[in-house]
Design a protein around this ligand. Structure first.
Ligand SMILES: Cc1ncc(COP(=O)(O)O)c(C=O)c1O
Length: 379
């Protein structure tokens, strides 16, 4: 017998989206099964064209996942030994992992306590740390954490002044905007992920790189296909195998068609959370001109683990992104840290809690979540 009187709430409800798209998805997948071009089929080109148009840039280059979408631009620019790449510590490991794989050194920087994003100030400390260690500050990878596009005007200005490359890690923010500029057009290079739970997610792995730079786009298309030249048996550079599958591209085209609408729905859900958050819980802050893609709705709360455990008993799922900053992880703790340490990242790791968030989250469910939260934090 289930002694839980109310059903468990999904943390992300992919089934609701599937129900909405089902006939179109079935048709799109059946079309791929029909023509059989599972690799580099026509759906890949069509999706890349539509994705670039959505983001307002000249090129979208599909690849195998969001991690490769970060790795390939570093490869294209020859980033390697002796170079420093500045990354937040409070992020998913992929952001730093790709740096180490090139032979360069990640320099961890802190984030802002309210937006959870890096700033030009925190990145500036990273530049100083790189120079202090005799490394060449070569690139920075700001992360649009939880869907909020970072402050690219200031970050691009710093990068220009320091002659550094900016690769926007927009794995969580595709569909977001700053003013009227969509994610994808905010930095010279933008990398995103189509991991199933992302705002634009497929049914497996996938990723893409967005840029206006024609030469870079050509290089990336070559790098993702074993460094191919005029064809794949003409190898002009060292590359990798990182393709977006045709079936995933077909799925993504269906989902891209409703992304703008889903971002509005996520924004509405975030506004409902914001307006009724208990006082003991700090809601996320976003920049005035930003539209967040709300990959996650993440609050800060004291006694986070106890709060999460009690919410679980009420059938309310939560998640902790991220329980340990990267500079404290076993694999990364010997890499440089900017300034006098990263106190904000360390504190956030103890306090953050992500609540259920998706475009199909309805008001009564949110009221149940908020009531549960209120009862737990005031108990
Ligand atoms: C911030 C960030 N960067 C990079 C990635 C890597 O994406 P993927 O899992 O598609 O490789 C993810 C997601 O998993 C992410 O959240």
């Amino acid at each position: 017998m289930n002694d839980n009187p109310t059903p468990t709430i999904p943390f992300i409800d992919l089934a609701a989206q599937r129900d909405r798209l089902q006939p179109g998805l079935d048709q799109a997948i059946a079309a791929v099964l029909g023509h059989g071009a599972f690799i580099n089929g026509p759906e890949v080109k069509a999706f890349e064209r539509d994705l670039a148009a959505f983001a307002g840039v000249a090129h979208a280059i599909g690849c195998g996942n969001g991690t490769d979408a970060l790795f390939l631009p570093l490869l294209a620019h020859g980033v390697g030994a002796g170079d420093a790449v500045l990354v937040p510590s409070f992020t998913f490991v992929a952001t730093a992992e790709v740096v180490v794989l090139t032979g360069a050194t990640p320099v961890f920087v802190d984030v802002d306590a309210e937006t959870f994003n890096v700033s030009a100030e925190t990145m500036q400390k990273g530049v100083a740390e790189a120079l202090r260690r005799g490394l060449r500050p070569r690139a920075m990878i700001p992360v649009d954490l939880f869907g909020l596009p970072a402050d690219y005007d200031a970050l691009n200005a710093l990068a220009d002044a320091e002659d550094m490359l900016v690769i926007a890690d927009a794995a969580q923010s595709f569909g977001g905007r700053r003013g009227d500029r969509p994610v994808g057009s905010l930095a010279k290079i933008t990398s995103t992920s189509f991991f199933p739970s992302k705002p634009l997610g497929c049914y497996g792995d996938g990723g893409a790189i967005l840029t206006d730079d024609d030469d870079l786009a050509d290089q990336l298309r070559s790098l993702r296909a074993h460094g191919g030249g005029k064809d794949k048996y003409d190898n002009v550079r060292i590359g990798v195998n990182s393709r977006l599958d045709t079936i995933q591209a077909a799925v993504l085209s269906c989902k891209l068609a409703i992304l703008a609408d889903e971002i509005v729905a996520r924004g509405n859900a975030a506004a409902r959370y914001n307006s009724a958050m208990p006082e003991a819980v700090m809601p996320p802050r976003i920049f005035n001109d930003a539209v967040s893609a709300w990959a996650q709705y993440t609050v800060r709360v004291a006694n986070r683990d106890a709060v999460a455990a009690q919410l679980k008993t009420l059938g309310i799922p939560t998640a902790v992104y991220y329980p340990k900053p990267l500079h404290q992880q076993q694999a990364y703790r010997d890499y440089p840290v900017a300034g006098d340490g990263l106190p904000v990242s360390e504190r956030l790791a103890d306090e953050v809690l992500s609540l259920p968030m998706h475009p199909y989250l309805e008001d009564p469910v949110q009221q149940r979540i908020l009531e549960g939260l209120r009862s737990v934090v005031t108990a």
